[in-house]
Design a binder for this molecule. Structure first.
Ligand code: GDD
Length: 369
């Protein structure tokens, strides 16, 4: 059998009433454009009669149905449809007719002629619309778009209507699907070079109701964090390292304060040594808290390493970091006039230098795996 031009993956949950009109419209659009196609429906055990509905029309519209019993979720349904693809181009779309099937040929053509690597049916590019969205959904869409800015500048990164070449699936980097945003994940992980958008009029669904809940929106934020860690690994680690370092500074100051209070109240250390010893105590507690938090959150992949060896080397690296911090700030303060009058800026530069050294030492030596 010749390969199809287009494989259309449709994830479904409670969409039995929509599947027949959707298939009819797809068929019309594809015949008009002279394209061969297959429809791959991945249903999460809806038990709403979709199996029977598809049984009646599957030969007429070349539909393959996959019913998943144990897994759930839009993105993972799409991914499990990838395994059935035979077409040159893959299209993903909703079942509820909110994505106009008549637009499929426009999405597919630039991929078939090789001029584009990823096409999006966009609601927000000039000529597109989502008229029925209320203010809340508009705001939501705008915020979601802004949050996706570090990854892509397309106008509708949340779109569930997109197309890409079938060969992009071989091999596809491991996807970590969560929630609805499989398109965005593919843009980040498969890094298509030429992305383009086609305006669509996003329609009110024909039957049934939307499954886009608050839970899905929280998933989106978690998903974005994961994608950020994937794409900007070192920057994400450095950000966590700095946040933990900021917390460590508070731990340091708290223990300096408590030690000083104890020394003064009980008069157990001579005045000359009180502050010096308090600084050492603060440093030890801060390093310990920084170590435990970084091991758990920043470099969690090194958690199986020997904790005592890691702690010792983290301590040494922190000492080096602290020395650099001290040397940089003292040098700036004593040798450069500007810093002589802005001594906090000198201290800040020292902290920055020390933090970079701490981070590099931790990443390359302490938590290497
Ligand atoms: N298999 C499966 N499993 N399919 C699902 C699931 C699930 O758990 N949840 C939703 N779907 C299917 C629906 O049946 C529908 O075909 C499609 O995924 C989209 O779900 P809707 O519930 O209709 O989503 P929406 O209209 O609110 O959201 C649309 O807009 C989002 C951006 O605002 C979709 O186009 C999303 O893809 C898009 O991200």
């Amino acid at each position: 059998m010749n390969a199809m031009n287009v494989s259309i993956i449709v994830p479904t949950y409670k969409e039995a009433k929509n599947i027949t009109p959707l298939s009819e419209q797809i068929d019309r659009a594809m015949k008009d454009a002279n394209l061969t196609y297959e429809i791959i429906v991945v249903d999460d055990d809806s038990k709403d009669g979709i199996i029977e509905a598809i049984e009646k029309i599957k030969d007429r519209y070349n539909i393959e149905l996959k019913v998943r019993k144990s897994e759930k979720g839009l993105s993972s349904a799409v991914i499990s449809g990838f395994g059935l693809v035979t077409g040159e181009v893959v299209v993903i779309m909703d079942a509820d007719l909110s994505h106009p099937p008549a637009k499929i040929p426009e999405l597919v053509a630039p991929i078939l002629d090789g001029s584009c690597d990823f096409m999006i049916g966009s609601r927000f590019v000039k000529g597109g619309s989502a008229h029925h969205f209320n203010w809340y959904r508009k705001l939501n869409a705008w915020l979601s778009k802004m949050i996706a800015r570090p990854f892509t500048r397309v106008s509708d990164p949340m779109a569930g209507f997109f197309a890409f070449p079938g060969k992009m699936l071989n091999p596809l980097p491991a996807l970590n699907p969560l929630g609805f945003k499989i398109g965005l994940e593919m843009i980040v992980k498969a890094s298509p070079k030429r992305i383009s958008e086609v305006p669509i009029q996003f329609q009110e669904r024909l039957f049934g109701e939307s499954k886009l809940s608050l839970k899905e929106q929280i998933y989106y934020l978690i998903h974005i964090t994961r994608l950020f860690e994937y794409k900007y690994k070192t920057l994400a680690e450095f950000t966590k390292f700095c946040l933990i370092g900021g917390f460590g500074m508070m731990v340091d100051l708290t223990f300096v304060y408590l030690s000083m209070q104890i020394f003064v109240i009980f008069g157990i250390v001579s005045k000359l040594f009180q502050f010096r010893i308090a600084r050492v105590i603060g440093f030890i507690f801060a390093v310990t808290s920084n170590f435990l938090l970084n091991r758990r959150f920043t470099f969690s992949r090194a958690e199986q390493g020997n904790i005592y060896r890691q702690y010792l080397s983290f301590f040494l690296v922190s000492l080096i970091g602290f020395t650099i911090n001290w040397l940089v700030s003292v040098y700036l303060y004593e040798h450069i006039h500007f810093f002589n009058t802005h001594y906090l800026t000198a201290a800040f530069m020292g902290i920055l230098g020390g933090t970079v050294i701490n981070f590099m030492g931790s990443k390359l030596f302490v938590f290497k795996h």
